[in-house]
Write a protein of this length. Structure first.
Length: 314
C-alpha cells in the first residue's frame, strides 16, 4: 500500500506568483484586497492541509498558479514520485491519468528514452557511473524504472510491450543495483510471462544476480535451479548453500528444502535428526509441507524438537 506525504510548496511561491492586478478595476481591486489572505498564512495552510488534488484545483483559479502542481513536484525526486503514483492510482484528490504518470516517471528515471519505441537509451546500463547522485536518489530512479516496466507489462498509460518492459527492468537493475528488478526478470524468463519466451539459462542468471544482492526469493529460486539443474549444472552442494542462506534469513520454503536435503541425503550425510530440526523451524513459519514431514518422522521429531506435538495440533 502506497502512503503519501504532504505536498511541500516552493518557499515564497505565492509571493513570486501574485496575480496581475493591473487589469482589475479599482472597485474589484479594493474588494479583493479586503479578502486576500496574507501570503505566509495562505502558503502555511496549503502546506499543512492541501493534497495534490487541492493544488490541481488551485491551478485553475488564476493563470499565475497554473503550474503549481508541476513546480511543487519538481522540488525533489520524492515529490515527483508521489505525484506520479497519485496520477497512476487516482489518489490524493486526483483522477487517474496514467499517461501523464508515465511521463513523470520517465523524467524521474533520468534515463533518455526513444519517443517512438519507448526503449531506454542504449547506454543506460552505464548511467550510474556518470550520475552525480546519492544512493537515495539512485533508489528512486530505479524505482521509477521498475514502475515504467510494470506499466509496459500491464499496458497502463502506454501500449503493452514486454520487450520494452524488460529493457526498463534491466536498466533498473544496472542503475540501482536493484535486487527486486533482477528477481522479477528471473521470474519473467522462468515462466515465460507476458509473451516472453521461456529461457531457463537467463532465469538462473538473473536469480543469481538477485541472490548476490541478498534478495531472499532469488536465493530460493537459485537453490531450486541448482537442485534440479535448470539453467545451470545440477549441484546439490550449491543448492544447499543457497537454501541455507535463505533459511537463515527466515524463508520457510528454504527451511523445508534444507530439511528435505538432509532427509534424502542429497550431497550431505543422511540425518533425520537434522531434517526434523529444519522441518520444525519451517512449520513454525506456517509451512504445511514441513508439518506433513514432521508427522512422517514423528517418532524422531518428538525427541529432537520438544513442542512438535503442539504445533502439529494447531
Amino acid at each position: 500500500m502506497i502512503t503519501y506525504g504532504q505536498p511541500s510548496l516552493p518557499s515564497l511561491y505565492f509571493e513570486t506568483h501574485k496575480p496581475n492586478t493591473a487589469a482589475i478595476n479599482d472597485d474589484d481591486n479594493k474588494s479583493s484586497s479586503h479578502q486576500e489572505l496574507p501570503t505566509e498564512l495562505f502558503s502555511h495552510c496549503l502546506t499543512s492541509y492541501a493534497n495534490w488534488g487541492d493544488l490541481a484545483k488551485l491551478a485553475c483559479v488564476q493563470k499565475t498558479w497554473s503550474n503549481i502542481v508541476t513546480e511543487t513536484a519538481h522540488q525533489s525526486s520524492e515529490l515527483q514520485w508521489e505525484l506520479a503514483m497519485a496520477l497512476l492510482n487516482g489518489d490524493c484528490g486526483l483522477e487517474k491519468a496514467p499517461r501523464r504518470a508515465v511521463q513523470i516517471l520517465k523524467e524521474l528515471s533520468h534515463v533518455a528514452s526513444d519517443e517512438i519505441t519507448g526503449l531506454p537509451a542504449n547506454d543506460s546500463i552505464f548511467l550510474k557511473q556518470n550520475m552525480n547522485a546519492s544512493c537515495d536518489d539512485l533508489m528512486i530512479y530505479s524505482a521509477a524504472m521498475k514502475k515504467i516496466a510494470q506499466c509496459y507489462l500491464d499496458g497502463t498509460g502506454v501500449e503493452s510491450n514486454a520487450d520494452v518492459a524488460v529493457e526498463w527492468m534491466e536498466a533498473a537493475y544496472f542503475v540501482g543495483n536493484d535486487s527486486d528488478a533482477a528477481h522479477e526478470l528471473g521470474i519473467i524468463y522462468e515462466k515465460g510471462q507476458h509473451g516472453i519466451d521461456i529461457d531457463v539459462v537467463a532465469a538462473a542468471e538473473w536469480f543469481e544476480r538477485g541472490a548476490e544482492l541478498n534478495n531472499v526469493e532469488s536465493m530460493v529460486e537459485l537453490g531450486l535451479c541448482f537442485e534440479i539443474g535448470a539453467g545451470v549444472e545440477q549441484d546439490d552442494e550449491k543448492a544447499l548453500d543457497w537454501f541455507t542462506k535463505a533459511a537463515n534469513l527466515g524463508h520457510a520454503l528454504a527451511k523445508f528444502s534444507v530439511g528435505e536435503i538432509f532427509e534424502e541425503a542429497r550431497g550431505v550425510p543422511q540425518s533425520d535428526t537434522e531434517a526434523c530440526i529444519w522441518y520444525f523451524d519451517a512449520a513454525q513459519n506456517g509451512c504445511q509441507d514441513s508439518k506433513l514431514a514432521l508427522r512422517r518422522l514423528y517418532e524422531i521429531a518428538r525427541i529432537v524438537v520438544p513442542g512438535v506435538t503442539a504445533i502439529l495440533n494447531e
